[in-house]
Design a protein around this ligand. Structure first.
Ligand code: GDP
Length: 302
């Protein structure tokens, strides 16, 4: 239900248009596919992904000798799910350790919803019975530390911090010691997201990761890039840049409730080969969902 509600704008823009297209055409021809392409591009599915999808659709239509546009609709859903799922090597789920501390690092530019996502995830894991600690690693942006503390209080989890302008790697070191001492299960780490200076950002993230890895082998277990779905193709550009700067294991796509262009999920998965692991569907604590491609696609069309 939540999923459906949160996706209502995309449903109106995208799924309704597909439904309308299917209703208007008597047979599946070139014009039909051209209109479909336009709808998909309008929903931010991304040019390359649209071309690939439509090519596959055409082949499927030919193979199965489909004449009726209504029948194409189910094939569209199938193909969308296939693309969302991508290769099975990169799992959609979070790599939570069965024993010991799991460290998750969050990266992304300011304003995308990084702090909110950390708060929401803290709430989710706490509700699951895990002991969660937050690390205020964005020591650069004024207010970032306070904002994380507000979320910590709201959710009821500890926040490890130092002053504004302090070394993020030192904050991480403190946070890991605290997490070990308090026998925490999950450490969620905020970081500063300055894309203006790629070299600085890269160095900072590398240093943070080194400190974490030195204390806990194989950590961080996830590096989640937070992207704002309402920024459309700009989110793609950010994703490409972050991919160059660090190893990103998954994406959190926020503000899907605020966009009619939810097709961006598809473009990201397909063109960057990074799985979308969570989607943000609102500003509240429980407005974060694990991303399930089947639920997503069938939620769109139902
Ligand atoms: P940060 O600078 O990346 O840490 O971004 P914030 O966490 O401060 O979020 C920026 C704004 O986006 C805030 O007003 C949040 O309430 C809002 N926000 C975050 N996630 C979502 C979401 O999934 N949906 C909606 N509608 N708003 C969101």
């Amino acid at each position: 239900e939540k999923f459906k509600q949160g996706l209502s704008k995309t449903r109106d823009n995208f799924a309704s248009k597909v439904n309308d297209l299917v209703a208007r055409y008597r047979k599946v021809d070139e014009d039909f596919f051209e209109e479909l392409e336009e709808i998909l591009i309008g929903a931010d599915v991304g040019f390359n992904t649209v071309m690939e999808l439509v090519e596959e659709l055409k082949m499927e239509v030919k193979k199965k000798n489909i004449q009726d546009p209504a029948e194409v609709q189910s094939v569209i859903s199938e193909k969308l799910v296939e693309i969302y799922q991508g290769d099975t090597k990169t799992p959609n789920t979070i790599n939570i350790q069965s024993e010991g501390l799991t460290v998750i690092l969050f990266v992304g530019v300011n304003g995308v919803g990084k702090t909110t996502t950390i708060g929401k995830l803290a709430h989710k894991y706490k509700t699951d019975g895990k002991k969660v600690i937050l690390a205020a690693g964005d020591t650069f942006r004024a207010g970032a530390i306070d904002q994380l503390e507000v979320w910590g209080q709201r959710v009821g989890v500890d926040v490890i911090k130092q002053g504004e302008g302090s070394d993020p790697a030192a904050v991480m070191y403190d946070a890991i010691q605290a997490a070990k001492a308090r026998k925490a299960d999950i450490l969620l780490c905020d970081t500063a997201g300055r894309l203006q200076n790629k070299v600085n950002l890269m160095n900072e993230l590398e240093k943070v990761k080194r400190v974490i890895e030195r204390e806990i082998p194989n950590a961080p277990h996830e590096v989640l890039l937070v992207l704002d779905a309402t920024t459309g193709q700009n989110a793609m550009v950010q994703a490409k840049t972050f991919k160059e700067v660090t190893d990103v294991s998954g994406i959190v796509l926020t503000k899907l409730d605020g966009t009619a262009k939810g097709g961006i999920v598809l473009a990201i998965r397909n063109e960057l080969e990074i799985p979308v692991k969570f989607v943000g569907l609102g500003e509240k604590m429980d407005d974060l969902q694990e991303f399930d491609p089947e639920k997503y696609v069938y939620g769109l069309f139902s």
